[in-house]
Design a protein around this ligand. Structure first.
Ligand code: NAI
Length: 352
């Protein structure tokens, strides 16, 4: 398995392969770029089909965190860890402690937290052996999802203003795919602003809840991507914008929380050709990491301060949209270029 010539390798600073015989821990920690500060990024536990799949995931996710923190104006770099295994079967206190000891051995170059397959209670256990854990159940910043949803709402407002020239979401139709932690919270915020909701979730109980609480119209999972609407908000899986969905889209804006919404960069080019305004995922969904990073504030975590900081999401998106319009370029490419500029400027400042 190649590392330095791997397709997802992007000059990552450190990649650590962890194995702990007694607990069965098999994990990879990747620190992509620490120019702006220590790497930050959650710990994902997933039954990867192969080590190669886990490596590709951690390389890609840690790079995404570098871009996300740079665009969010945080003094953190990008990192991520993946634990290979089924969280329902293979997770144990011993495994979490072994993982925590490995994080501690990185001496503050990497801060971890919960992600898919891990929870705040797991961070409590890992946090028993390392200082470098955020998002504990006690004394932490709590569930990041409501903050992520608020950030997405700000992003939707900016996108609607830019693409449709409308200042309010009253009467705007938003199709929300996925009503989990973020999607349900977002649906509630949109309903408060008078948006019309169309929703889909694999779990019918969630769709029914949105219909009952917010008067949402329910469609099935295959239909949601082709519903006529002003805004499509993907809040479920990654890779939703692909060769199959692209020609069927009937929205003016795509702005949602899901990570890695574009199956490949060329699908972002396809959105641009169709005049669909895409809010780059790592810019609009940064509310969670903005929130958790506040835990390291010298005065301790304060929700009001985190809420204030969310404003950067709207500002950055407005900048991305304006630049993209001026140059007639796809927004995902403009956002990547902006993130790289931020990093290059920080490197120059450090070298001076
Ligand atoms: P979640 O697991 O709580 O919710 C996902 C929901 O999507 C579930 O209700 C699931 O049934 C539904 N779903 C899955 N596949 C679907 C499909 N094909 N069609 C319709 N519904 C489907 O996840 P959460 O925390 O709400 O996150 C949503 C997305 O946002 C994920 O991609 C996550 O990586 C991303 N994200 C979440 C953040 C957070 O603060 N929770 C922060 C940044 C990104």
């Amino acid at each position: 398995m190649d590392l330095f010539s791997h397709a997802e390798f992007d000059g990552h600073e450190e990649v650590h392969f962890l194995h702990h015989r007694e607990s069965g821990l098999r994990a990879i920690v990747a620190l992509h770029d620490t120019t702006l500060g220590p790497a930050i990024g959650g710990c994902r536990m997933w039954p990867y089909a192969s080590d190669a799949e886990a490596l590709a995931d951690v390389l890609r996710l840690s790079r995404g965190m570098t871009y996300k923190t740079a665009m969010a104006g945080l003094a953190f770099g990008g990192g991520k860890s993946v634990v290979i295994g089924d969280p329902r079967r293979d997770k144990s206190p011993a495994l979490l402690r072994a993982f925590g000891r490995a994080v501690e051995s990185l001496a503050g170059r990497y801060y971890t937290g919960e992600d898919v397959g891990t929870a705040p209670a797991d961070m409590d256990i890992a946090g028993g052996v390392t200082r470098y854990v955020l998002g504990r159940s006690e004394g932490g910043s709590g569930d990041p999802s409501p903050m992520t949803a608020r950030g997405v709402l700000l992003g939707i407002r900016v996108a609607v203003r830019h693409r449709l020239g409308r200042d309010r979401l009253q009467g705007i139709t938003v199709a929300v795919q996925g009503l989990g932690h973020v999607g349900m919270s977002l649906a509630g915020l949109l309903a408060e602003e008078g948006a019309r909701l169309v929703v889909a979730d694999l779990d019918p109980a969630r769709s029914e809840e949105a219909a009952r609480r917010f008067g949402a119209r329910v469609v099935d999972g295959t239909e949601i991507l082709s519903v006529p609407c002003e805004v499509l908000a993907p809040c479920a899986l990654g890779g939703v914008i692909d060769d199959h969905s692209l020609p069927r889209l009937r929205c003016a804006v795509i702005a949602g929380a899901a990570n890695n919404q574009l199956a490949a960069p060329r699908h972002g080019d396809g959105l641009h050709e169709r005049r669909i305004l895409y809010a780059p995922d790592y810019v609009i969904n940064a509310g969670g990491v903005i929130n958790i990073a506040e835990e390291l504030h010298p005065e301790g975590y304060r929700r009001e301060r985190a809420l204030d900081r969310l404003g950067v999401i709207g500002e950055r998106l407005a900048e991305v949209f304006t630049r993209a319009a001026r140059r007639d370029e796809p927004t995902h490419r403009v956002a990547d270029a902006m993130a790289r500029e931020i990093l290059a400027a920080a490197r120059r400042a450090r070298a001076a």
